[in-house]
Design a protein around this ligand. Structure first.
Ligand code: BTN
Length: 333
């Protein structure tokens, strides 16, 4: 486990943030020691530890310390240093490897983890996808799960999952400059190929949600050559589309901040805001689709997103089908 929530890590995060706010100017050891209520020797020890974690902290006699560089590492400290959010990312746990961040987040949620807790792994051994599929999640990607505890009835929770798709799509589009499209329920496609999948799992009673674990798998720096053969024609990565590597940490923070904004908005104004945001984003509405529901395969057109997040599909005979659960393939892509 890369994360720890000791007083030491809190102090180190505080020192990094203070040096960051100083914007490259020096802060004296005395000022830091006053701010954090510890001795100057203790500040020095924290700075040494930060250097050991890859942070470039310059120290000059009579001037103090200044931050000159930060490592591009997927650690709780670095995520928290960059992150500016209220709920999503209140706690961040980064692991080198787990079976599935869904399982880890589930355990934490059951043990009372706060809403907004994020579990990230550099790789997963048993990544899970929708509909009982496995999910390819080697090193180079961004695999993470977030715990939500929305004050909603279980049947009103589909918008939480749709909201996650909207936030990730937005981050890919605006931060990476890639035209990304939402495929119901919340796969994200770039140039017709999948870069991101989202799996939301819920623990609820008849009329109350205990928690939702929203798992997001984003192919960031995974090379398509390393994809299993069956994925190569249908999946891609940000690196492959952009022609260069992307910082997983920076992208993660961007996605978490977008999610935080969408979630706060949803808490304020209700799930309809997530539905409206999904409808407003580039999506597959209007496209020809092949709908797989259990054994049945139906061809038709994605007609609209219903108010509860279900997909309305217009079948060839002119009938309308409401899809709440299932898989939708795009015809001709
Ligand atoms: C899908 O496309 O079917 C959904 C894929 C969801 C994958 C993510 S990766 C992080 C989290 N942990 C998992 O085991 N699955 C989700």
């Amino acid at each position: 486990m890369v994360n720890n929530h000791s007083d030491d890590s809190q102090a180190r995060l505080g020192i990094l943030k203070a040096l960051g706010y100083a914007g490259g100017s020096f802060i004296s050891g005395e000022s830091l020691s006053r701010t954090f209520g510890v001795s100057r020797t203790s500040i020095w020890k924290h700075v040494q530890a930060l250097r050991g974690q890859g942070y470039g902290v310059e120290s000059v006699t009579r001037h103090g310390y200044r931050l000159v560089s930060c490592p591009d590492s997927l650690t709780s400290l670095e995520v928290k240093r960059q992150l500016n959010s209220r709920i999503v990312g209140r706690e961040v746990y980064c692991f080198d490897s787990v079976s599935s961040t869904q399982d880890t987040a589930f355990r934490m949620a059951e043990e009372g983890a706060v809403e907004g807790t994020v579990v990230v792994a550099a790789q997963q051994d048993e990544g899970r996808g929708r509909l009982g599929r496995s999910f390819f999640s080697p090193e180079g990607g961004l695999w993470f799960s977030i715990i939500f505890r929305p004050p909603l009835k279980p049947e009103a929770c589909l918008p939480v999952s749709l909201m996650a798709g909207v936030a990730v799509r937005d981050a890919i589009d605006t931060a990476m400059g890639l035209p990304a499209v939402l495929k119901w329920p919340n796969d994200i496609l770039v140039n017709g190929k999948k870069v991101c999948g989202i799996l939301s799992e819920i623990v609820a009673e008849t009329d109350a949600v205990h928690f939702i674990v929203c798992g997001i798998g984003l192919n960031v720096n995974v090379t398509p050559k390393s994809f299993p053969a069956e994925l190569r024609p249908i999946a891609t990565s940000l690196q492959a589309e952009l022609g260069h590597q992307v910082s997983c940490t920076t992208l993660l923070c961007r996605v978490l901040e977008d999610l935080d904004r969408c979630y706060l908005e949803m808490l304020r104004s209700g799930p309809a805001t997530a539905i409206a945001a999904w409808r407003a984003a580039p999506n597959i509405i209007g496209a020809r689709v092949k709908l797989t529901a259990g054994e049945e395969v139906i061809g038709g057109k994605a007609a609209a997103l219903d108010d509860d997040g279900a997909l309305l599909v217009e079948t060839r005979d002119g009938a309308q089908r409401r899809v709440v659960f299932g898989d939708v393939g795009l015809v001709g892509i």
